[in-house]
Design a protein around this ligand. Structure first.
Ligand SMILES: Cc1cccc2c(=O)nc(N)[nH]c12
Ligand SMILES: [Zn+2]
Length: 374
């Protein structure tokens, strides 16, 4: 029995987007879905109960961070990540390659793997396909990501080509060293930068190896939204219809809509939780920086169209006060709202696909809520 299977429910007649279900050992995920990011075994400031209240179906955690601290051995001894963090729904873990490049310095990339210094204490560390698999097998995540290199953007054509070819060899090594294929699904990550021929090469190599799901990596790395959509237009059709498609690192409202329209099933992004911590919120009237002075005497809800815990019980004035006073409760309230906002947006996307009107919904959303700048 495969650990991860995809069930196609229907395709939107108006947009080509698809409604699906991803079956995992810890439950079923209705897609398209947004996955809150819990890098260090917690979605910052949220409890598992609060995540369930807002209908988070699956959350992310990260090999790089947990490998460095507390160490995958400890989490393995605790019975795995689900037990360690008291989350009994699906978990997806990224493989660590991306974080090595975005967080650590003194790194050296070789065919074998990546040598780097921990961003925490400078200790010398090594990650490879085999180590990334050992860590994720110990964490027990339902969906694991193959160890890849996300090329910098922009990058020379030749570098991107060499890099994707190594990522393909690394993916093969991940498959070979997967210790628990019946309990954990391993997704490959398609690379190739912004070059159609290289994306074709990467997709062809990886889909010939039969993974239970495929991610599109190497995007949301500083390119324009338009360029990202162009790459999606020719990359998504290269992926098998019968398997989940995951666009990594993408999560602003407009990108979630445009990605869903192009056939993406799964999204993740730190944006909603990260901007919440400096008092920036996503509301039905667009972005609202609740720490701004203009809200000092605004006793209305953060978002009049939102029925989340924050919007039902607290005013903009109170939120502004908490954020200005650096009160942790303020960060919790803005985080709760931002996550609820995106999870609710994806529920409306699934509803629009069911009713064959996702393009209409996108146009209504942009007309009423305004284009988000990120
Ligand atoms: C988190 C993330 C964002 C964006 C891109 C990537 C990528 O290419 N590869 C990995 N493993 N992770 C990514
Ligand atoms: Zn709200």
């Amino acid at each position: 029995m495969a650990a991860i299977t995809y069930e196609h429910i229907k395709t939107c007649k108006q947009s080509g987007a698809r409604l699906g279900r991803v079956h995992t050992p810890h439950g079923i995920i209705e897609t398209p879905t947004f996955m809150p990011v819990g890098t260090q075994a917690t979605v910052k400031t949220m409890s598992p109960e609060e995540l369930k209240q807002m209908n988070a179906q699956i959350i992310l955690s990260n090999t790089y961070h947990l490998f460095l601290r507390p160490g995958h051995e400890i989490i393995g001894e605790a019975g795995g990540l689900h037990k360690f963090m008291n989350w009994d729904r699906p978990i997806l873990t990224d493989s660590g390659g991306f974080q090595v490049f975005s967080l650590s310095d003194m790194r050296k990339i070789t065919e074998e793997g990546v040598h780097f210094r921990s961003h925490l204490n400078g200790d010398k560390k090594f990650l490879s396909p085999e180590v990334a698999m050992e860590v994720q097998n110990a964490l027990g995540s339902d969906i694991m990501m193959a160890f890849d290199e996300c090329p910098p953007y922009p990058a020379e054509y030749e570098y991107v080509k060499k890099s994707l070819e190594r990522t393909t060899r690394w993916a093969e090594r991940c498959l070979k060293s997967h210790a628990r294929p019946n309990d954990q699904g391993l997704f490959a990550i398609v690379q190739g930068g912004m070059h159609e021929d290289l994306r074709r090469q990467s997709a062809a190599d990886l889909t010939s190896m039969d993974f239970p799901g495929y991610a599109i990596g190497g995007l949301s790395v500083g390119e324009s939204k338009q360029l990202m959509y162009e790459v999606l237009d020719y990359t998504v059709p290269l992926l098998p219809q019968g398997k989940p498609r995951y666009l990594m690192g993408v999560g602003s409202p407009d990108a979630l809509l445009e990605g869903s329209i192009r056939g993406i099933d799964m999204f993740d992004c730190v944006l909603p939780t990260r901007i919440a911590r400096n008092g920036t919120t996503m509301t039905s009237q667009g972005r609202l920086v609740v720490r701004n002075a203009q809200y000092a005497r605004d006793f209305g809800p953060l978002d009049p169209e939102c029925d989340c815990y924050t919007c039902r019980n607290y005013s903009r004035a109170y939120l502004r006060h908490l954020i200005k006073a650096d009160e942790t409760f303020g960060l919790r309230l803005t985080t709760y709202h931002n996550l609820h906002f995106l999870l609710e947006l994806m529920r409306k996307v699934r509803e629009a696909i069911m009713e064959d009107r996702l393009l209409d919904f996108r146009d209504e959303f942009f007309a009423q809520y305004g284009l988000y700048d990120n």
